[in-house]
Ligand binder design. Structure first.
Ligand code: CA
Length: 351
């Protein structure tokens, strides 16, 4: 099944990768300081205590590639036929940082760095605005700056912020600013907060292998069941990794949600304007980051609709040429494939 991977649309579509990460040195240095002085949460200690200090080949390659917003990244994109990348500051951004002023400074400089890179490679790179939900009003301003001054195409949040979730009232200025800007909110995983991570670490299952998906699916479900999309009916929330398995669970989640509403078992579970199927087909978008797996991609298309599923590579964490070929070889229609690889990204990010 090996075929040459070229940019330029030789297979009838451009490849636009929609969940691609970069890092800044000062961001990583703060993680390391927090790991060292014991103020980092368990997740950051497990994840960045490893990647930022390990001498393993995987960790070194990832660190080098994360820091590059220039020729190396472009060469890697060329080598795997990626025409355009939608870039965002790597998880967990500044969200675990306890010094909020420091977090905002690092974030402002990271957003500016990304803007400069997008200006250097205007046909290859697009950016998403990263925020510091610890300060929701400030983040709303940064969302507006990203959309109006930096030319960014969406907003990136790395799931929970120190154990708090975007459906909670203190974060409403963030949701409102995103809805007002008409931009997509991408909810990227990070490892679970200390109250959830528990025995996942000793099992080695706290990170991208499992904990990421569980925590992020929980976040998305909270937003659905708390009625965020009744408050903001036009808001579009994107999630990676097969939409964090929500399409697979949807029948049961919806059934049990309705049962919970009928039985009035929980104060938090109140009637919504629609069932969960409706929101999954009107407010949620999914990408294939980390999940180049035909049954999962087809399930997403079946459940969410062919206009709501987008390609992502998950560079540099998953930089695998054969995974691009897997997408090229998917047993779906040519029209669906063009939507998946190119036009859905153009539509939802307004490229
Ligand atoms: Ca990722």
């Amino acid at each position: 099944m090996t075929h040459e991977l070229k940019t330029g649309g030789d297979r009838g579509y451009l490849r636009i990768a929609s969940e691609e990460a970069f890092a800044t040195r000062e961001q990583i240095d703060v993680y390391l300081r927090m790991v060292k002085d014991g103020t980092a949460d368990k997740a950051t200690t497990s994840l960045w205590g490893f990647y930022a200090t390990s001498t393993s080949e995987r960790a070194q390659l990832i660190m080098d590639r994360l820091m590059d917003l220039g020729e190396r990244r472009i060469a890697d994109m060329d080598a795997t036929g990626i025409d355009k990348a939608i870039l965002s500051l790597t998880s967990p951004g500044v969200q675990p940082m306890l010094d909020v002023a420091e977090a905002k400074g690092i974030l402002t400089r990271a957003n500016d760095t990304l803007k400069d890179a997008c200006e250097r490679y205007p046909t290859r790179f697009y950016g998403m605005t990263s925020i510091a939900p610890q300060d929701a009003e400030w983040s709303a301003q940064e969302i507006r700056r990203g959309a109006e001054e930096l030319g960014f195409k969406g907003v990136m949040v790395n799931s929970h912020t120190q154990g708090m979730y975007l459906d909670e009232p203190q974060f409403d200025p963030i949701l409102k600013a995103i809805a007002d800007a008409g931009q997509v909110l991408y909810i990227h995983p990070q490892s679970p907060p200390d109250v959830m991570i528990g025995r996942m670490i000793d099992a080695g299952l706290d990170g991208a292998v499992f904990g990421f998906g569980v925590e992020t699916a929980f976040h998305l479900l909270r937003m659905l069941t708390a009625g965020v999309f009744d408050r903001y009916p036009t808001l579009q929330v994107m999630a990676g990794h097969g939409c964090e398995a929500l399409p697979y669970w949807l029948y049961r989640t919806n059934y049990m949600h309705l049962a919970g509403v009928r039985s009035q078992r929980y104060p938090a579970i109140q009637p919504l304007q629609h069932d969960l199927f409706h929101y999954m087909r009107n407010n949620i978008l999914g990408t294939t980051s980390g999940l180049p797996f035909e049954p999962a991609i087809k399930l997403m298309i079946d459940v969410m609709g062919e206009d709501r599923v987008l390609y992502a590579m998950d560079y540099p964490y998953e930089y695998v040429a054969d995974e691009v070929r897997t997408h090229d070889n998917l047993d779906i229609t040519a029209e669906q494939k063009k939507k998946l690889m190119q036009t859905n990204a153009e539509r939802w990010f307004k490229l």
